[in-house]
Write a protein that binds this ligand. Structure first.
Ligand SMILES: Cc1cc2nc3c(=O)[nH]c(=O)nc-3n(C[C@H](O)[C@H](O)[C@H](O)COP(=O)(O)OP(=O)(O)OC[C@H]3O[C@@H](n4cnc5c(N)ncnc54)[C@H](O)[C@@H]3O)c2cc1C
Length: 382
């Protein structure tokens, strides 16, 4: 049986974060990637506020610019941020997995060069994994890296690259061996985006400006000291990345917040909601709390250094399907109640719409539900 009680330190941290958000983020904020450039600026300056207080990378060791806090504080931070429409913008990727993976697999020189700017909120990374013929089947990737004096020349195409047009760096997978080698012969490169031969183009979507992109590489150069880990052995690193990434977003926290907000936002109209819809609302709340406990189990394993990719996959299936269940319940609540045109009702309606749009992609990004279920199934016959 799972149980959890929060320490006083973690509760205090939540208060501090909420008060920082109240001071720095307007209540209407619905994420960094809207059509209004001011939202991106809000996210960037908020990251620096967190960075100055060592709250951005709070679970990182102090030597790398982190706060030296525990994993549970980091979990509370993730929850508070996601519940309030991720005011760190694209930074969450650097903090949640790019930095930790560089810590684990990088050289001392790479630690010194790449980690402090992430911890200070000064740099944005994107993830160059998926290609037109390599999404679920990532080992089919074809982007190539050819040896040249002093480094590597990259040619190929990536797709669905979140934040590519605003990122300064790309955590890039490219093939240093033959395509037939599949998982062998893939190498991780830390590639500077602002250089000749890198062309990032937007892919329009309902996820807002800057979100999805395709990136073309034509003789882009990466020096030897920007190879992460051993040449040809990138798959071990990828396994780490995916496990970190799958537990990275506390989706249940936003679900719980929006569900709890509904009766208050609907006011008198709540009484007119049909009983069947109220039952779905209550069930969704239960599922949100179950997902929270699953997340805590994964975090507990991660803290003890024994994160099993199957646990991360099970959690991911639970939390992404929760996101979609909650999106539908909230949309139906908004639709049934003919939300009023007072300020609070409009804020709620916008937040529900934003959640609905993001939830549609949840079961695809970071590995589809079908692939997560296969990971789980394979772990059962091990
Ligand atoms: C919002 C969002 C953000 C993203 N951000 C990034 C990013 O920053 N960087 C990046 O590299 N990628 C990113 N992606 C890409 C994402 O990782 C891929 O979309 C995902 O891995 C699926 O790959 P695909 O789109 O090529 O679909 P496919 O792999 O072609 O899958 C299509 C369908 O077939 C099913 N399928 C495929 N193979 C199997 C199988 N063996 N068994 C059963 N069913 C199967 C899938 O489940 C899916 O339903 C993002 C995607 C989204 C939606």
């Amino acid at each position: 049986m799972l149980s959890y009680s929060e320490s006083a330190e973690v509760t205090d941290l939540r208060k501090t974060l909420r008060s920082l958000m109240r001071e720095s983020i307007p209540p209407e904020f619905l994420g960094a990637f809207t059509d209004d450039p001011a939202d991106l600026e809000i996210a960037e300056s908020f990251c620096q506020v967190l960075g100055r207080q060592r709250l951005l990378a709070m679970a990182w060791p102090q030597e790398f610019g982190g706060g030296g806090a525990g994993t549970w504080e980091q979990t509370a931070l993730r929850e508070e941020m996601w519940a309030h429409h991720e005011p760190r913008g694209a930074q969450y990727m650097g903090i949640n997995w790019v930095g930790p993976v560089i810590m684990r697999h990088g050289t001392t020189a790479q630690h010194e060069r790449f980690l402090p700017p992430i911890a200070a909120g000064e740099v944005i990374w994107c993830q160059g994994f998926s290609e037109p013929g390599a999404g679920s089947d990532l080992p089919a990737l074809r982007t190539s890296a050819k040896r040249v004096p002093g480094g590597w020349m990259i040619n190929g195409q990536k797709i669905w690259t979140s934040y590519a047009r605003m990122a300064q760096w790309c955590f890039l997978l490219a093939r240093t061996g033959s395509v037939d080698d599949r998982k062998e012969g893939i190498t991780v490169f830390l590639l500077k985006m602002d250089q000749p031969g890198v062309d990032a183009r937007p892919v329009p979507s309902m996820l807002g400006n800057h979100h999805l992109n395709e990136v073309y590489f034509t003789d882009a150069f990466v020096p030897d000291d920007q190879v992460l880990g051993e040449v040809g052995e990138g798959w071990t690193i990828i396994t780490d990345v995916l496990a970190f990434e799958r537990v990275g977003i506390a989706r249940y926290a936003r679900c719980e917040r929006l569900l709890s907000w509904a009766p208050q936002a609907l006011g008198d109209r709540w009484a007119d909601i049909p009983a069947s819809l109220r039952v779905r609302w209550a069930m969704a709340l239960v599922h949100a709390r179950q997902s929270r406990l699953m997340a805590y189990k994964v975090v507990d394993h991660q803290e003890r250094g024994g994160l099993d990719p199957a646990d991360a996959a099970a959690y991911r299936v639970a939390v992404t399907t929760l996101d979609q269940e909650v999106a539908e319940v909230l949309m139906d609540l908004v639709g049934q109640s003919a939300v009023g045109d007072d300020h609070q009702s409009r804020r709620f309606e916008h937040a529900v719409e934003d959640h609905w749009r993001y939830a549609q992609a949840a079961t695809v990004s970071s590995g589809t539900t079908e692939m997560q279920k296969q990971l789980l199934a394979r772990s059962l016959v091990r």
